[in-house]
Design a protein around this ligand. Structure first.
Ligand code: SAT
Ligand code: MN
Length: 595
């Protein structure tokens, strides 16, 4: 081991992990540029990193074809009773799960180096931040953690001899026998993948996958699943939300936090450039928000991450120019295609398709190929600080005061472009019943409608019924200082299957209406599902959307909504006595309004 660890809990844990996993050696990370370069050299020598000629300090990786996304079916919230994990989580008894996983961890790092990564979620050394230490046998994980979190020897200094941290144990689950040649993306087969959380002891054990959300344990595992459980106990919030600042032509600032499921456009909205003159948007975060009640009684949000782990396909100068400009250098690409001139490419990128490329599986690809060149869940890992519209306050430990919450998802029908909650409780009802078509961000079917409450179905570290109650309690605490709640759907389609709304920079028109609602400038009209903009209040000038399409986009068909009720009832019934009474009441009132 390269350094002496002073923290007793950490040195004991490293010893315990090493005794179990039996790596060839141990290396404690410090987060420096030299260390990053050392890892890159190792990955280049190994053959798994491909240096990109066209982008300085940028590399492409191709994963195993079976290790391309999160594995929700193999993700566990292991609490002492199944009821604590609730109906939306997979559960295995902690004693049994640890037994199974110890069996897998036994000798799993043979032939490899064990890296110890001290990191902070949130700016280092502030009360809102949390310290984690990830143990991993993957240098690819080390470089990604360098970008996505704050890896530093200052974290070890802060831990001192007795400071506390969240232990995050990770192995790709691919030990090497003496003389065995390594593969390019080592990982375990699907049936041996376990992404396990023990929220009662703030502990994470991940085995068998090298992919983003399964392996970069600061992100979904710590900053959402473990943090949500801590937040419930401690009276704050950990949410699957982007954070942005919108500034009006008059210079008034609005902070918006929006929860959409994975691969539903959080990164695009977070750095959207308004198409309405005079309005400005700055990005604070694109995936996770931690929120606390400030001294003035308002909710303040920080982005605990340091990087962006975004979906590449579909990203272009057309859809997200600020992301494109973020990706010019110092980027890790995973499962994108490689062009002949040494750049990455993906479906939906600007310009012509390349005449020839190497696809994400390493095979020749041409426009005639029947398969995609980049995997639909191909990703970029980039420092958030490189985003041209990163907000000057993005690392402010006090956070920014939230004015507006947005929920939503992908719905090709039924749900209008925007509606507003009638009250906080109604807003919680909208969040609790949010539904979206599934995406490639998880291994499994794509396009199936499922309830994804608050976009937290895969990320809530405790019983979701209690999580609903936590939202109600937080609303009670902030009272009339609570953010206003809206629900959006950018994805409604016409009968002939075309998107009705242009989206992207034109989403600013919807955000502008929300700001006008906050300021009491726009009067809404009532409907059974909530408050809708008056036709003339939604500024759609110059975008060429027809009156008929606009009507279709804003249509609220009571019959279609009535048809949703049995599914909502079934969704709610799963929570049994944990479903808050106030949400039952909301459902009854909704039914009454539908008539
Ligand atoms: O792979 S991640 O879980 O980090 C991204 C996502 O699915 O939201
Ligand atoms: Mn996400």
């Amino acid at each position: 081991m390269n350094i002496d660890i002073k923290n007793k809990k950490l040195s004991d844990w490293i010893k315990e992990a090493a005794d179990m996993c039996r790596p060839d050696d141990i290396y404690v990370c410090n987060g420096s540029a030299e260390e990053y370069n050392l890892m890159i050299k190792k990955l280049l020598d190994h053959g798994s990193a491909i240096q990109l000629k066209k982008r300085p300090n940028s590399y492409l990786f191709r994963s195993d074809p079976g290790d391309v996304a999160r594995v929700e079916d193999h993700t566990y919230i292991s609490t002492s009773s199944k009821d604590e994990a609730g109906p939306t989580n997979n559960w295995i008894d902690p004693v049994q799960l640890k037994e199974t996983m110890k069996g897998l961890y036994n000798g799993c790092m043979k032939g490899r180096t064990m890296y110890v990564i001290p990191f902070s979620m949130g700016p280092i050394g502030f009360p809102i931040s949390k310290i984690g230490v990830e143990i991993t046998d993957s240098p690819y994980v080390v470089i990604n953690m360098h970008i996505m979190t704050r890896v530093s020897d200052r974290v070890l200094e802060l831990l001192s001899t007795d400071g506390d941290f969240i232990p995050c144990l990770h192995s790709i689950g691919a030990p090497l026998a003496e003389g065995q040649k390594d593969v390019l993306w080592p990982c375990a087969p699907i049936e041996k993948k376990y992404i396990s959380h023990f929220p009662e002891e703030n502990l994470i054990w991940s085995y068998g996958s090298g992919y983003g959300g399964n392996a970069l344990l600061g992100k979904k595992c710590l900053a959402l699943r473990i943090a949500s459980a801590m937040a419930k106990r401690e009276g704050w919030m950990a949410e699957h939300m982007l954070i942005l600042r919108l500034t009006s032509p008059e210079g008034k600032r609005y902070h918006i936090a929006a929860a959409f499921p994975s691969a539903c456009g959080k990164t695009n909205l977070a750095m959207m450039q308004p198409s309405i003159p005079g309005w400005r948007c700055e990005c604070i975060g694109d995936d996770i928000a931690w929120m606390k009640v400030g001294a003035d009684g308002r909710l303040y949000a920080i982005n605990p991450e340091a990087g962006l782990f975004g979906v590449a396909p579909g990203t272009s100068y057309d859809t997200n120019p600020m992301a494109m400009d973020t990706l010019k250098e110092n980027v890790i690409f995973t499962n994108c295609a490689l062009t002949d001139d040494g750049d990455v490419w993906w479906e939906g990128m600007d310009g012509d398709e390349p005449l020839h490329a190497i696809d994400w599986k390493g095979n020749d690809w041409t426009p005639e190929s029947k398969t995609v060149a980049a995997h639909p869940n191909a990703r970029f890992t980039a420092p958030a600080s490189q985003c041209p519209v990163i907000c000057g306050d993005w690392e402010k430990p006090e956070g920014v005061p939230v004015d507006i919450f947005i929920f939503g998802g992908r719905r090709s029908s039924v749900v209008p472009l925007v509606h507003e909650a009638i009250s906080w409780d109604h807003g919680v009802f909208l969040g609790a019943t949010a539904a979206s078509e599934t995406t490639a961000a998880n291994i499994g079917a794509v396009g199936n409608l499922r309830r994804d409450p608050f976009a937290m179905k895969p990320f809530c570290g405790y019983n979701m019924g209690d999580y609903f109650q936590h939202w109600l309690d937080m609303g009670d605490r902030v009272g009339d200082k609570a953010p206003r709640i809206f629900y959006v759907n950018w994805f409604r389609k016409s009968d002939d299957g075309k998107f009705l709304w242009p989206g992207f920079s034109d989403n600013s028109r919807v955000l502008k209406w929300m700001c006008e609602r906050v300021d009491g400038k726009a009067v809404a009209r009532e409907s059974a599902i909530g408050l809708l903009p008056k036709e003339e209040d939604l500024d759609v000038q110059g975008i060429g959307i027809s009156g008929d399409d606009m009507k279709e986009l804003m249509k609220v068909d009571p019959a279609e909504w009535k048809a949703e009720i049995p599914d909502i009832e079934q969704h709610f019934a799963a929570f049994g006595s944990r479903l808050p009474e106030r949400l039952k009441k909301q459902l009854e009132e909704f039914k009454k309004r539908l008539g």
